[in-house]
Every structure is written in structure tokens, then in C-alpha cells.
Ligand binder design. Sequence first.
Ligand code: PLP
Length: 251
Amino acid sequence: MSDSLDDARTAELSERLEAVRGRLDAAVAAAGRPTGACALLVVTKYFPADDVRRLLNLGVRSFGESREPEAGRKVAEVLADWTPEDSTDVPVFDMIGTVQSKKARSIARWARAVHSVDRPKVVEALGRAARAALDEGERTARLGVLLQVSLDGDPQRGGVVEADLPALAEQVSSGDSLQLRGLMVIAPLTGERKYWMAESARIHNAFRDRYADAVELSAGMSGDMEEAVAAGSTCVRVGTAIMGDRPLLSQ
Ligand SMILES: *Cc1c(COP(=O)(O)O)cnc(C)c1O
């Protein structure tokens, strides 16, 4: 680790990361699921490249970002001076925020997967962008796609209702540059968390019956990890519990 990053912030991140890993392991065990059944995506949106470097030094390899151009710049900055141990040790960055079609081209340069796909126009833009990135050698694998499900139908919060999932899934699968990986949910703020998570599990199970490769269920954040893991989440997206409160100036 470079000495300049071996500081109080690293100690703080290390402590919170261990606490979250402990919560996640306990939740997976309590749900009777195998160790490692649920991945941890550390959400570093609004935090600087040096925090990503600190987390890399602490062993984190999966990150979530939510906005362009902040994300693209940060990823490029971090990767410029990071040498992986080997090809299996390369950090991955997922896009978890709302996608604007005009940003698709830059997202396709850095994202392993996009968790927040919820409109035909975005599927089309990402498909074209991923094809161009593959052709130009900017990526080697297809761009992963998780369809964001709206549990309560509130259009403000993004996502598609269950009935509209098949049409989007068909659109994703019809090209050769995107790969349908699963579903993403953000639990509504009102109502019982357990109820929403049970709904997520039901919708995901039904979806997977039809699209066997759609194994991922991205569900759970700092406040509802345990309920999400109990409902079968394969990826929790945790920001605040590890990073602390997001800086206000960049909201
Ligand atoms: C910011 C964000 C998170 C992280 O939420 P925390 O409550 O800070 O853990 C997770 N998912 C999405 C889609 C986000 O935008």
C-alpha cells in the first residue's frame, strides 16, 4: 500500500467494511444459504478515486457507481495506476444509477454490468454502445444487463412493472452485445421491507423460469441487507454503511 493512503480514512473504511462483511456473512448463514452466496458491491458514488484505491488495498474488487461523467473519470484514474496480481484479480465497476441514453457510449467503456435498465430506449442505446466498445477493443465481454423492477409502480423511482419485463428481456436478448444477467430492485420506502423483498423473490423466480441465465437478483442496501439476503439477493449494493454519509455538495 502506498504510504500516503495508509491513513485514518483507510482505518475507518477498514473497520466499516469488516462490520458490513460480518453482517452479510451472518445474514447468508441465517438464511441457510452457502457461504459467499451474496456478493458485496461497494457503492463509491460521490467519493474520490483515493477512496476506491483505499478499498482496493483492503481487498475490495467490486464497486458500484451511479453517474457519468464522474464514474468514467474515476474508473480511468484508478485503473491507470493499479496493477492486478493476475487476470482474475481485476476490479470491476457496475453502473447502478439511472442511465441517460446519451451517456451509454461512455458507460460501455467501463461498466461490467448496468443494474438499472428500465426502458427500451436505454436498451437500444446500451446495445449499440456495447457493440461499438467491443469492436474497438474497449471491452472484451458483453455488457451485463439487470432489469430494474418497480415494486410499487411509482414512475419517479424508476424501474418497470412486472408485466413489462418480458418485452425488455426479449429486446436485451435479441442483440449480440448485451447479456441478460438478472433483476435489480430498490425497495420502496413505505410499507414492510419483508413484504417487498418477498415480492422481489417471487418476481425473480418467475423471471428465471423463463430466462435461465438471469440468475442475479441485485437487492439490498445499507439499511435492508438482511431482508434482501433472506429473500435470495445475490448482490447487495452498500454505500453509506461503509463510506459514511455522502458529501452534500455533489448530490
Ligand atoms: C446509492 C445507491 C445505493 C447505496 O445505498 P446506501 O443506502 O448508501 O447503502 C444502492 N443502490 C442504488 C441504486 C444507489 O443509487
